[in-house]
Design a protein around this ligand. Structure first.
Ligand SMILES: [Mn+2]
Length: 342
């Protein structure tokens, strides 16, 4: 494990100076932090004179397409040959916002086979030991905040222009529930203040991410809340599930159900919420909790997943959504002593 300090950061910048091909990667189903942190680092390294390519495993919602550099992001699933070649040629790979290579979906094998030096910058629990340099801070609200700290440790805060600042701010904002979660520190607000001093238009970022709903999406959210939200009997657990048929009916697009699980969690007294969505060949799950119930442990133990204590994901292949719903209800009842409805 490495601290983000001037010594370690200058060692990494030295590696960049020696590298011929630098690749920056993020996790599957990229979110605001994955896209924001990888693009922010990309812009920073480029400003330092280090050419690089951002590769993400699959496409991400259109409400994240506005960031500078979006057009140059290589989507691995959209052009696997090119993605494989870029990773094979890379001699330095940054792995951002994930703690294990398996989080990169179809890209994972290319990364496992790569002989490149790897540098991790991430805030998820229990990081795997694959990188030569592991910047892991599980108390940090976002990887984007860590990228800021990386730039700061290099003494380069003045190099952050408004577009770089937008990427960093987008990552911090989306991963912290707009500066709401307990992972937000005084430092997080100080960083936001500095970004504004460097020219950030913060309301532009909020509008681009949160005020771009399509009618279909709002109707899907309305349907999910009015018809599909349930609180389990005697348990502080709320559930929303959506089948493929229900999603298709509302012309579902990636990102449309973002945040739905947080609305289930917002019910007074509820301590744990799950959103279950039927995909093409697997059923995906998002878990959230308030307080002490650890959804990272729960997702790891029961649903091939993990994440953070209060926010985690999981997935089940080769099962119907009804089966997964029943599996969830059975599993969560095992924790009923921790999840009493008060
Ligand atoms: Mn993150």
């Amino acid at each position: 494990m490495h601290k983000i300090n001037s010594e370690n950061v200058s060692a990494v910048l030295q590696m960049c100076a020696q590298a011929k091909n630098i690749v920056i990667t993020g996790h599957r189903s990229p979110d605001g932090d994955a896209v924001g942190s990888t693009l922010a680092l990309s812009h920073y390294l480029r400003a330092k004179g280090f050419e690089n390519t951002v590769i993400l495993p699959d496409d991400y919602p259109t409400f994240l397409h506005w960031m500078k550099g979006n057009e140059e992001v290589q989507i691995f699933d959209a052009n696997t040959d090119k993605g494989e070649a870029l990773i094979a040629q890379a001699d330095l790979v940054f792995t951002l916002d994930y703690n294990d290579l398996s989080r990169t979906g179809n890209m994972a094998d290319s990364l496992r086979n790569s002989e490149a030096t790897m540098v991790m910058i991430d805030h998820h629990q229990q990081p795997s030991d694959y990188a030569e340099v592991t910047f892991s801070d599980t108390t940090s609200c976002s990887t984007a905040q860590m990228v800021y700290e990386f730039i700061e440790a290099a003494g380069d805060v003045s190099m952050i222009d408004s577009e770089m600042a937008e990427c960093i701010y987008c990552g911090i904002m989306t991963d912290s529930g707009s500066f709401r979660f307990s992972s937000v520190e005084a430092k997080t607000h100080r960083i936001a203040a500095q970004l504004i001093e460097n020219g950030l238009d913060h309301s532009k970022v909020h509008m681009a991410v949160y005020d771009t709903n399509l009618l279909d999406r709002l109707k899907l959210v309305g349907y999910a809340l009015s018809e599909k939200l349930e609180v389990m009997e005697d348990l502080a657990v709320a559930i929303i599930s959506l089948s493929k048929e229900e999603l298709d009916k509302h012309h579902y697009r990636a990102g449309d159900t973002e945040g739905l699980v947080n609305q289930a969690l917002s019910i007074d007294g509820v301590q744990c919420a799950v959103f279950i969505r039927e995909g093409n060949n697997k059923v995906k799950m998002s878990f959230r909790s308030k307080g002490n119930f650890d959804v990272n442990e729960f997702a790891r133990a029961h649903f091939n997943g993990g994440g953070h204590k209060n926010a985690a994901g999981g997935a089940v292949s080769a099962a119907s959504i009804e089966e997964v719903l029943e599996q969830f209800k059975t599993a969560i009842k095992g924790y009923s002593s921790q999840l009493e409805l008060k």
